[in-house]
Ligand binder design. Structure first.
Ligand code: ADP
Ligand code: ZN
Length: 730
């Protein structure tokens, strides 16, 4: 027995409690009489005169602190404990990403800490009384116009006003209380066989997936196959098997806001809706869902990255759809890749993980080749639908008319589709009207005052906007530099400008623009999908949003306005990503009986990326990518970690980057690149420098990074962010 002899006090039982803050380790607390906390219990503890919620952790208490100095635990919260597999994932992620464990755990605890929510909220009075209106009151009404009724805390947050504003509006009769809708209980999915008859290929793959689920053991499988080959159809059968096993299933989608079609498909198969999880859920739905998951009452969750941290008591399957998507990488706070963490989560739950894509990432392909992951393949489109034909339009030979961006062959093809009563799509991965605004008189370029970036014109809103920090100014009439009036000119196209051009060329076409700023939120996206399916739209013009898994049976033509766009910049994965994105966009065409056609506008049809797309030969392309990355130990054949230095001034950023450079690790299979100015060398007013640690695959980067960072003193105004397995190099 361990006795605490100082001051002759009786022995003190200790527990370690992990708090949701970036402290380096859990804290010890004394266990008062009558409580029996176990690892995983959610507890209230005192911290700096406040009460905090934390989780009893498994680590050994720090016996050097005398017992009488420990503060006592206050209470055990009446909520399901955090299960061991989730605690292990938190520890693993913290160690891998070099993040404080409490910061990782906070992502799993966020919901528990909220107080029980209201059951009633607010709606607008009708008719609205004639009382004084302020800007704040208008904001509140604007939120309610889109979303009503809504809980008070959600309303103040969305409108950016204080609770007093809402109270005042209620007092003046502008708002009336309204019951919040009950959220439907999460129904039991129908797990009997699907109505669709699977093709022999599909059936084989479905059986293999069902066997993995029934094995109730960890495994990772790549499910690949061309767009429209029935991957979703097949993995839903794996979900059904998981439910028959009485375990829960998690499906991660890269953009949950764009998943209306996926959700209706799920309902067709299972006759109930899944639980949905993402960061824009209202606080009430969020709490109800969290509890239902924790108590095992939500059989299937479909969600964004953050769904990985839900407290599943018995997770039996994790699916990552569109696994190649960079949207799975979280870039702020704890920097992690949800695709990889899904595999880790599955491992700690003894469950299979399935990574799904028509264009798998080279990382996943390399894991298959090394035998770490297995692969299931669907070779052809369902029901004999042919893959679209892909052709290049060489912009050097058939350029668009002066001041235009759509070349004659593309215009003619769109015209033909419209005449046949079919739908067409124009894709350009750039929001706004023009990416650059230039003065014709003095050459001045409109730049963001806070970032190394041009301001993007958004003509509909009459604004120039920075896409990095959100800075926005009205479009000036005169050049701020030389004062010449009406001399500022847009350079290059964004989707708004393509829309303007298309409206002139095809005046009778019903055009729909799909971009994150014109289509905010799931409701707008669902409405867009409905209108397209109902053939209320002839021509879709969109950014990368249009590449995402949509199934539009009447769409037969896809025109890529600038196929070369993603290749500039020299990013490690620029080619891979361009092939994936353009192949996905192309995959929207010809998904039903009528064959699809894809036209790529490019200045370099001979580029390997264009050649791979034109020949439909992605495997050879990926093999040549692999051959290029292997010799230099570039990922996935080596490891990368980035250090991003930032500071208030260029001088202190340089000094800190130099210190890091001098302390850089060295050795066999270890290389440090930089320091160098980041491509976004100023972001939100902070000066940024980058260093890149590149190692052989058999070198563990975390210990190197820890030792490296320990050698350098970071001044108060400076910061070093660590990004293990970086995806963005900006
Ligand atoms: P992927 O996920 O590979 O893009 P989907 O699963 O979305 O492919 O299938 C493409 C389309 O074909 C969907 O509308 C789907 O419902 C349909 N489909 C696929 N397989 C079958 C099948 N065996 N029977 C009927 N329809 C199918
Ligand atoms: Zn900016």
């Amino acid at each position: 027995m361990l006795l605490d002899l100082d001051r002759g006090s009786p022995p003190v039982r200790r527990v370690t409690v992990l708090l949701p803050y970036p402290f380096p380790r859990p804290f010890d607390y004394a266990v008062p009489e009558g409580l029996d906390p176990q690892p995983g219990d959610i507890v209230l503890v005192p911290l700096n005169r406040r009460e905090e919620t934390g989780v009893v952790w498994d680590s050994a208490p720090d016996e050097t602190v005398p017992g009488h100095k420990l503060k006592p635990l206050i209470a055990i919260v009446d909520t399901p404990p955090m299960a061991e597999p989730l605690r292990r994932m938190v520890d693993w992620m913290a160690a891998y990403t070099l993040s404080p464990p409490g910061e990782v755990m906070a992502m799993a605890l966020r919901v528990v800490r909220q107080l029980p929510g209201p059951t009633s909220g607010w709606r607008r009075a009708s008719p609205l009384p004639d009382v004084r209106m302020t800007a704040a009151r208008h904001k509140v009404l604007a939120v309610l116009a889109v979303h009503e009724p809504i809980a008070g805390p959600d309303l103040t947050r969305a409108a950016g006003v204080s609770a007093a504003v809402v109270r005042g509006m209620a007092d003046h009769g502008l708002l009336v209380p309204a019951l919040l809708p009950e959220i439907a209980p999460f129904g039991r999915p129908r797990v009997s066989d699907a109505d669709v008859v699977l093709s022999p290929d599909q059936d084989g793959v479905a059986a293999a997936l069902r066997a993995k689920v029934a094995a109730r053991a960890f495994s990772v499988t790549l499910l690949d196959g061309v767009t429209g080959s029935g991957k979703t159809e097949v993995y839903l059968e794996a979900v059904a098997e998981c439910l028959r096993q009485n375990r829960q299933a998690l499906v991660l989608l890269p953009e949950i806001a764009l998943s209306s079609q996926w959700l209706s498909r799920f309902e067709r198969r299972f006759e109930v809706a899944p639980a949905v999880w993402h960061s824009d859920l209202g606080s009430r739905v969020r709490r109800i869902t969290w509890r239902a998951v924790a108590e095992g009452r939500a059989p299937v969750v479909v969600g964004a990255r953050s769904a990985l941290f839900l407290p599943f008591p018995d997770l039996g399957l994790v699916i990552v759809d569109e696994e190649h998507e960079t949207a799975f990488k979280q870039e702020d706070g704890v920097v992690y890749n949800a695709r990889d963490m899904a595999v880790v989560r599955a491992r700690f739950c003894a469950a299979p993980a399935v990574l799904v894509s028509a264009t798998p990432s080279l990382e996943t392909v390399a894991n298959v080749e090394a035998g770490r992951y297995s692969r299931l393949h669907l070779p052809s489109r369902h029901a004999g639908a042919a893959l679209p034909t892909i052709e290049a339009i060489d912009l050097r030979e058939t350029p668009p008319e002066r001041g235009r961006f759509l070349a004659p062959p593309l215009v003619a093809a769109v015209q033909q589709s419209l005449e046949r009563g079919e739908q067409a799509m124009l894709f350009l991965n750039r929001r706004g009207y023009a990416p650059l605004t230039l003065c014709r008189t003095c050459g001045h370029r409109m730049q963001c005052p806070n970032c190394t970036a041009w301001l993007v014109e958004h003509r509909a809103r009459r604004e120039l906007q920075c896409h990095h920090c959100g800075h926005a100014v009205p479009i000036p009439i005169e050049c701020p530099e030389c004062k010449a009036p009406h001399s500022l000119t847009p350079v290059g196209p964004g989707v708004e400008r393509i829309t303007e051009e298309a409206t002139q060329i095809f005046p009778d076409a019903r055009i729909l623009v799909m971009a994150s700023d014109t289509m905010p939120g799931p409701d707008a996206a669902a409405e867009a999908a409905r209108a397209i399916e109902a053939r209320e739209v002839d021509l879709i013009i969109g950014t990368q949003i249009v590449a995402k898994g949509w199934h539009f049976p009447h769409l037969t033509l896809v025109g890529v306005v600038d196929a070369d766009l993603g290749l500039a910049g020299g990013d490690l994965r620029a080619s891979e990503r361009t092939v994936q994105l353009l192949h996905q966009v192309a995959g929207r065409a010809g998904r039903a009986e009528a064959p699809g056609r894809v036209l790529l506008q490019t200045f370099s049809p001979e580029h390997p990326v264009m050649q791979a797309l034109l020949r439909g030969n992605l495997e050879d392309f990926m093999a040549s990518e692999a051959a290029q990355r292997r010799p230099g130990n570039w990922p996935p054949y080596g490891r990368l970690a980035a250090l991003i230095v930032s500071a208030d001034s260029a001088a202190s950023a340089d000094a800190l980057a130099r210190d890091l450079g001098q302390a850089a690790p060295s050795g066999e299979g270890i290389q440090v690149l930089g320091p160098a100015p980041a491509p976004l060398s100023i972001l939100r007013g902070r000066h940024r420098r980058r260093l890149l640690l590149k190692t052989r695959r058999d070198v563990a980067v975390q210990p190197l990074l820890l030792a490296w960072l320990a050698k350098v003193k970071v001044p108060r105004e400076g910061r070093v962010d660590v990004d293990v397995d970086p995806v963005s190099f900006l």
